[in-house]
Design a protein around this ligand. Sequence first.
Ligand SMILES: Nc1ncnc2c1ncn2[C@@H]1O[C@H](COP(=O)(O)OP(=O)(O)O)[C@@H](O)[C@H]1O
Ligand SMILES: O=P(O)(O)OC[C@H](O)CO
Length: 496
Amino acid sequence: MTHILAIDQGTTSSRAIIFDASMKIVATAQEEFDQHFPQSGWVEHEAEDLWETTLRTCRDVLKKTGLAAEDIAGIGITNQRETTLLWDRETGEALHRAIVWQDRRTSSMCRDLREAGHEDTVASKTGLLLDPYFSGTKLKWLLDNVEGAREKAEAGKLAFGTVDAWIIWKLTGGKRHVTDATNASRTMLYDIRKGRWSSTICALLDVPMNVLPDVLDCDAEFGTTDAEYLGGEIKILGVAGDQQAATLGQACFEPGMLKSTYGTGCFALLNTGTEPVVSKNRLLTTIAYQLGGERTYALEGSIFIAGAVVQWLRDGLKIIKEAKETQSLAEAADDSQNVILVPAFTGLGAPYWEADCRGAVFGLTRSTGPEEMARAALQSVGYQTRDLLEAMHSDWKEAAGEEATLRVDGGMSASDYAMQFLADISGAPVDRPEVLETTAIGVAWLAGKKAGIYPGMKEFAEGWALERRFEPKMEAERRDELYACWKSAIKATMAF
Ligand SMILES: Nc1ncnc2c1ncn2[C@@H]1O[C@H](COP(=O)(O)OP(=O)(O)O)[C@@H](O)[C@H]1O
Ligand SMILES: O=P(O)(O)OC[C@H](O)CO
């Protein structure tokens, strides 16, 4: 039992990664699956696709390495968060496709709840805002709209879960209906201070509490895989939502430590210690991790479009063939033009939370071309992050003090141009680690520690290694000038 299998069930693909006894990656398998958009603003995944791609990638990676179930000391699971599933406890079948975190179908439900004055209760108990992003209103939608669902739920026949719970249910052959505290904290049904499901919020949303899974620590016994799946039984010993897993993988264990992950979207989490900090700037309060029954909290800023803006250059505007071409284009952009792109393609997330606004480009001239658009796209991610950092630093200064260095990861953190601009526009160093697979390593560490083959927190944190530090080079005056332009671009976009 020398290896750990990490499952990363993400928004666009499922991955399985095997780590050896020294926490090095041995092999990876990955499979994409279909995205379904049945109506404008709706996003769904087939529940069986999530399960089958997960299972196949686990089998593939074991095959690639020649390892058997008995070589695996434990499984760690990390997942796209908030995505909502409801299934029949008897048949194990989902009643509907999974409703994905990006899905906005419950916007009017959220607006009605806000107008009825419920936002403060939701925020004080769950740390979240009344937004369709979270699972609570998605679950209510399923119970209200799938024929027979409510009756079955009242009769105790249904199980709700985020993707982690669904995968665990499947892997254990329907024996365990469990989740971890980080995933629970994204449902908008969980009292993050008391550490239990909130009967008040469940009553508000008409959710029968018998559909909810048991909530465990991130490093706990989540069950054992049914032997038929992976050629033997393997214990599931670590679970965390993907952004929390990246916080662990980046070893942000001290209050004040901050990581920002640049994938499709961008999610920044600031460790605020064992007491929750309430944001005055529309950031979320969430559980960073729960170990040995002790909760550590984070402030989170969520941006919906980060790397996706580069995909838009490739697939929408067709001005690049590969993401990395943005580097040379941005470097060749004309300095005398200040083109600003606000990528509010699916609305604006933190700290604005404007679900209905859409993107805009400012400062176009006749000589604006692919170079300036590529630069504007990369810079938009820096500007949006500065918005989050401003909000975080103001909340954190009030709560505890010192500003933190930013640790970055995710596919887009490979962009030197984007990371340098981020340091320039935020006026603070940006640290990129050697290992960018922080999400998988976060849960691999949880499982390996629980299995007794990986070190404790201190030693793990000491192993974090810097690949490159981006120091701010921009003059303060220029930084302020550019950021002021961004703020007016945001204002104009929201007014449109
Ligand atoms: N060199 C690069 N420059 C700019 N963006 C990049 C680069 N490499 C990858 N990306 C962007 O990073 C994203 C992929 O990151 P990843 O962490 O795999 O995302 P996710 O887990 O959300 O699918 C894509 O949106 C892609 O456009
Ligand atoms: O699957 P990702 O990497 O796009 O992450 C999605 C987030 O967990 C949504 O909150």
